[in-house]
Design a binder for this molecule. Structure first.
Ligand code: NDP
Length: 479
């Protein structure tokens, strides 16, 4: 019983997390992988880590002090279930199994229930930051019981990224809460990336600047309120020249965006919860549209303006795009936090939204200064119904208003697709509208399906007798 923590699954994520754990004082790390070769490789490559290798689950369990704590980092899905079963065969009540893979939160809820019935604790944990994060400090989103957090908390705090002296980990809530929050993180990441891509496209077509010149624009933006990891790496990507052709790399890369599915999960879940995450949805669909070359080929001849904006004042246009990006980004994050709030209500998780914003400030892909403003907003008003109505964001949106509208209008007039910019603006205007045409939709629904409607001036539910004399009846009378 020499190790205080173990890792199962020694592919890139698991071995980096194991090395991270081993590098912190007080930790001795047991390691196990289904295929022995990976364990041997890790031991040979990193003797400094002092790993305790195991070549069977029995050995693995025997090498851990109690309560045993094991982090699973294997392929999400059936492999995770298989490893859980194997661990349950050798673990005892009070021990802790952590799944650090990218599980769908519904699976985590199911697994937590099954594992809990054996007396073992199960923690579904979102891990963000990719390989480098796992090694140097990820953003960690653990769910699970309060009991497991007592043992796990200090270990996770020791390996997480640090932002402004605070570790990027917090106990998110029970069962699937951690994986739910990780899912929405990825959805927001999709939206943020799409918005940046649209900003690049608009500047390129609008001003004729080269990718390298636009890299300078992004680098400059990174020194201001847009300061973030994604803006920073965007500048790096745009500056890159292809060695083989001498062309900007971004012009050599096939323009079809891939996806591993977590953005789609965020949107599907939002639909289930009735939360409008239109920015994230547009980002997911923009990737899908890009990845249908056959549809794009047959559509290439469709009429429209040449996708070039006629910009008179280049600097003013770039500043407008920056403001439009900032405003749209506020919308995307507001929608994402709205989804977390709705998920917490639906699944009875007590999630501290301000704490979520804080743990995303380091280690993860959407890390940004901006997240401080979100945690400030929830600190001032924990029950804030719509994040973008917090004073700081209202100020920002007030400043960005005109620019945002003119950029979206210019994009539409010039035939430059800007789905995330324009849907964010439409969402914003929908929220602030005094009256929405939803009343007409209720009328239509009542007409064809007798779905009834409520009135602005009286309590109750009503139906118009559309196919008779078109008088109105109280809905109770019609059933
Ligand atoms: P992979 O997702 O490629 O999974 C490979 C690992 O899973 C190997 O250790 C493999 O063992 C093990 N495995 C597969 N099937 C089984 C099985 N039936 N029983 C036991 N072990 C099995 O590894 P990654 O390191 O890329 O990712 C690990 C997890 O972390 C995944 O869930 C991933 O989604 C998640 N994640 C990944 C991030 C990333 O940036 N890559 C970021 C955050 C989370 P063997 O060697 O025997 O084949």
């Amino acid at each position: 019983n020499t190790a205080n923590i173990g890792v199962v699954g020694l592919a890139v994520m698991g071995s980096n997390l194991a090395r991270n754990l081993a590098s912190r004082t007080g930790n001795t790390v047991a390691v196990y992988n289904r295929t022995r070769a990976k364990t041997d490789e890790l031991l040979a490559a990193h003797p400094e880590a002092g790993f305790v290798p195991a070549f069977s689950y029995a050995e693995f369990a025997a090498s851990l002090s109690t309560p045993r704590t094991a982090i699973i980092m294997v392929k999400a899905g059936a492999p995770t279930d298989a490893v859980i079963d194997d661990l349950l065969a050798v673990f005892e009540p009070g021990d802790i199994i952590v799944d650090g893979g990218n599980a769908l939160f519904h699976d985590t809820i199911r697994r937590e229930q099954a594992v809990r019935s054996t007396g073992v604790n199960f923690v579904g944990m979102g891990v963000s930051g990719g390989e480098e994060g796992a090694l140097l400090g990820p953003s960690l989103m653990p769910g699970g019981s309060d009991e497991s957090w007592v043992t796990l908390g200090p270990i996770l705090q020791s390996i997480a990224a640090v932002a402004e002296d605070e570790p990027c980990v917090t106990h998110i809530g029970h069962d699937g809460a951690g994986h739910f929050v990780k899912m929405v993180h990825n959805g927001i990441e999709y939206a943020d990336m799409q918005l940046i891509a649209e900003a690049y496209d608009l500047i390129r077509r609008g001003t004729g600047k080269t990718p390298a010149e636009i890299a300078d624009v992004f680098a400059q933006w990174n020194a201001g309120e847009l300061d973030s990891y994604l803006i920073e790496i965007t500048a790096e990507v745009l500056r890159q020249t292809d060695a083989a052709t001498g062309a900007p790399l971004v012009d050599v890369i096939v323009d079809q965006a891939g996806a591993k599915g977590t953005g789609g999960w965020t949107v599907q879940t939002a639909i289930d919860l009735g939360v409008p995450v239109s920015g994230i949805a547009e980002a997911v669909f923009a990737r899908s549209l890009s990845s249908h070359p056959e549809q794009r080929a047959v559509s290439a001849g469709l009429p429209g303006p040449a996708p070039k904006a006629a910009v008179d004042d280049v600097d003013a246009f770039i500043e407008d795009v920056r403001l439009a990006l900032f405003a749209s980004k506020i919308v995307a994050y507001s929608q994402g936090f709205d989804e977390i709030r709705a998920g917490a209500a639906a699944y009875d998780w007590n999630i501290d939204l301000g704490a979520v914003a804080k743990i995303w400030r380091g280690g993860c892909i959407i890390r940004a200064q901006f997240l401080n403003r979100i945690s400030d907003a929830y600190a001032a008003e924990p029950d804030l119904a719509v994040l973008l109505t917090a004073p700081f964001f209202v100020d920002a949106l007030t400043r960005a208003q005109d620019a945002w509208r003119s950029v979206v209008a210019a994009a539409a007039a010039s035939g430059i697709p800007s789905p995330a910019f324009s849907s964010s603006l439409a969402y914003y205007d929908g929220l602030r509208a005094d009256r929405l045409p939803a009343s007409l939709i209720q009328g239509q629904r009542d007409f064809f399906g007798a779905h009834t409607y409520r009135r602005t001036d009286r309590e109750g539910t009503f139906h118009t007798l559309w196919s008779a004399d078109r008088s109105e009846v109280s809905a109770q009378d019609t059933h």
